[in-house]
Design a binder for this molecule. Sequence first.
Ligand code: CAA
Length: 240
Amino acid sequence: MARVALVTGGSRGIGEAISKALQAAGYTVAATYAGNDDAAAKFTEETGIKTYKWNVADYDSSVAGIAKVEEDLGPVDVVVANAGITRDAPFHKMTKDQWQQVIDTNLTGVFNTVHPVWPGMRERKFGRVIVISSINGQKGQFAQVNYAATKAGDLGIVKSLAQEGARAGITANAICPGYIATEMVMAVPEKVRESIIGQIPAGRLGEPEEIARCVVFLASEDAGFINGSTISANGAQFFA
Ligand code: CAA
């Protein structure tokens, strides 16, 4: 039977490419989304991938949502914690709300997504946890104290989970995308974006599919000895 993969934020941006790539690799995929019903409906119509709506920042909603996914599709073998937001502001202007929203979604959201599937993975002696971090968790970023903190936190999460899951056949790894051509990066003011592209030796933004291919590899049986690692995919912009 096909393994089941859960992708949070899986109907748009990098998550959409991940959902599609996992489906193409033979997984039964469930994609979550937080609010954009139209995008989710269009995505399901195009791909046949089921979407589920819940807020990853809320633990009880995550538990209930994942229970529904497992009832529909079977136990989750691969979890991709991808959902994330930005609330960029220079630190002196950053509000407590901007800090908290990003922490709740990007960091607590990873806990809320992985914690409910972890016991089942331990019982079945197989699991793949893949967390989508960011180049900005590795190097920091002007106006992203909140976001960079969560993305650096992701790396601590996978290194710790890797040690806990290794004997149970579970791997936990992070991918650090550089600047990828998604709505999130397109929301950066054009002048700033141009200057960012100037700092990428590849001379271009990355494509969502370039991240999705890393996910498919980490999810595979072949990647079983890769555990607690970070894959950087950033066009040579930064070396961790
Ligand atoms: N480095 C140094 N200085 C910078 C800077 C940078 N990267 N970006 C802006 N500044 C400077 C500006 O030149 C300006 O300086 P002056 O006051 O001397 O003119 C000052 O900092 C900013 O002042 P503003 O009052 O204009 O700032 P603002 O409150 O309007 O905020 C901003 C603007 C939010 C910082 C905006 O410039 C922005 O969005 N920057 C992009 C931040 C960024 O790169 N985010 C990444 C998003 S993509 C992502 O997160 C995906 C991923 O994982 C890679």
